[in-house]
Design a protein around this ligand. Structure first.
Ligand code: SF4
Length: 52
């Protein structure tokens, strides 16, 4: 398995833990953990794409 491909659950990468393999990753994703955003009463996301 290539090193660094799967996020380490014990020591996740800085910023959004999905950024190493996210096709939408932006610069902010590497440094800042995205806040939790409520989409409606039953759905929430933690992603900078939804942080407007
Ligand atoms: S914050 Fe969203 S866009 Fe950024 S790396 Fe994480 S999942 Fe992808």
């Amino acid at each position: 398995m290539p090193k660094g491909e799967v996020p380490n659950a014990v020591n996740p990468p800085k910023g959004c833990r999905f950024h190493p393999r996210c096709p939408y990753a932006m610069d902010i994703c590497k440094v800042e953990e995205p806040p939790k955003i409520n989409l409606d009463s039953q759905h929430e996301v933690s992603c900078h794409l939804f942080n407007k």
